[in-house]
Write a protein that binds this ligand. Structure first.
Ligand code: NAX
Length: 328
């Protein structure tokens, strides 16, 4: 059997944590032959609830689960971590300005970046789910100078999956018939789900759908505002779908994208497609041998250019704001 992989999950007692931990422990994150050890991080007030979830994990008798440890201290929680899922974050509450939100999250992701730098395993891979995910990932990455920057990523896979679902309905095809979907930019309402490079049966999705009005005024806003629609319908924010996307993100990163396909991940920009170097922005990426690579050479028309630039401008503003706050 293979050596166990240590997975650290923050915000373990939250909604997404509850949907995520059972899937990790059952082998869906890394594969049905990979034993896992869980290290859970919570704030002190939520440690008891995390212990309750750990009791339920025990009660599932998952053959791959080799142990669960719970911490309220980041340094210990990330010790030896091979994979870190940073889910816990400070939500925006009434009366909170964006600067307040960035500052509160800086107080979480700075020490977590430092803890990852200090004690995570050499092959650490980090996925930030907690919002504002791209900028939280940037803060953590900036405080982990000894970890290669490409190991810090943020989640746009839920947006990617939402785009697949919407397109499959419109085009009357199965999601597995759709290739090369891309989410560009920030995990926010400015994100750009791109149908000009997505393919169905060898044609672009934009050609297959042939409905620019739907693409602009229905598809893009539906995908970008899906989170709010879920809250409206369910009375709580996306949890199982977010957990499922987190599983997909890490699984694809470790096990690779299929030939002739790619996925969406927010990764550190190398300047590709005019995205300023260093920003953590969503791109089309292929994965192989546990590494991601930004898909190169795509032609970007004026419509896409405008959408990508707008979302990237928002990321640059967020970066400038956290710089001003002294968080990076
Ligand atoms: P919950 O409020 O249910 O759970 C968050 C948990 O994090 C709580 O148990 C809290 O005690 C814990 N926490 C807070 N600060 C912590 C810290 N410093 N260390 C460890 N744990 C800490 O939120 P949930 O619905 O699970 O959502 C978690 C995060 O995911 C939120 O920031 C949310 O906005 C974000 N989302 C991101 C998505 C994405 O696609 N990137 C989609 C889903 C989700 O909205």
């Amino acid at each position: 059997t293979r050596t166990p992989v240590t997975v650290t999950v923050t915000g373990a007692a939250g909604q997404i944590g509850y949907a995520l931990l059972f899937r990790i422990a059952s082998g869906q994150l890394l594969g049905a032959d990979v034993p896992v050890r869980l290290r859970l991080l919570e704030i002190p007030q939520a440690v008891k609830a995390a212990e309750g979830t750990a009791m339920e994990l025990d009660d599932c008798a998952f053959p791959l689960l080799q142990g669960i440890d719970i911490f309220d201290d980041a340094t210990r929680a990330f010790e030896g971590a091979n994979v870190a899922l940073l889910v816990g974050a400070r939500p925006r509450t009434k009366g909170m300005e964006r600067g307040d939100l960035l500052e509160a999250n800086g107080g979480i992701f700075k020490p977590q970046g430092e803890a990852i730098n200090a004690g995570a395993a050499d092959d650490i891979r980090v996925l930030v789910v907690g919002n504002p995910a791209n900028t939280n990932a940037l803060i953590a990455q900036q405080h982990a100078p000894d970890v290669p920057a490409e190991r810090f990523t943020a989640m746009t896979r839920l947006d990617h999956n939402r785009a697949l679902a919407q397109l499959s309905k419109k085009a009357g095809v199965s999601v597995s018939d759709i290739k090369k979907m891309t989410i560009w930019g920030n995990h926010s309402a400015t994100q750009y789900p791109d149908l000009f490079h997505a393919e169905i049966g060898g044609k672009t999705a934009a050609e297959v759908v042939d409905d620019q009005d739907w693409l602009e005024n229905d598809f893009i806003p539906t995908v970008a505002k899906r989170g709010a629609a879920i809250i409206e319908a369910r009375g709580a924010s996306s949890a199982a779908s977010a957990a499922s996307a987190a599983i997909d993100h890490i699984h694809t990163w470790v096990n690779g994208t299929a030939e002739g396909d790619w996925t969406s991940m927010a990764v550190v920009s190398d300047g590709s497609y005019g995205v300023p170097e260093g920003l953590i922005s969503s791109f089309p990426v292929t994965c192989a041998d546990g590494r991601w690579e930004i898909v190169q050479g795509l032609e970007i028309d004026d419509f896409s250019r405008g959408r990508i630039d707008a979302s990237v401008a928002e990321l640059a503003e967020e970066r400038d704001a956290v710089r001003k706050l002294g968080l990076i």
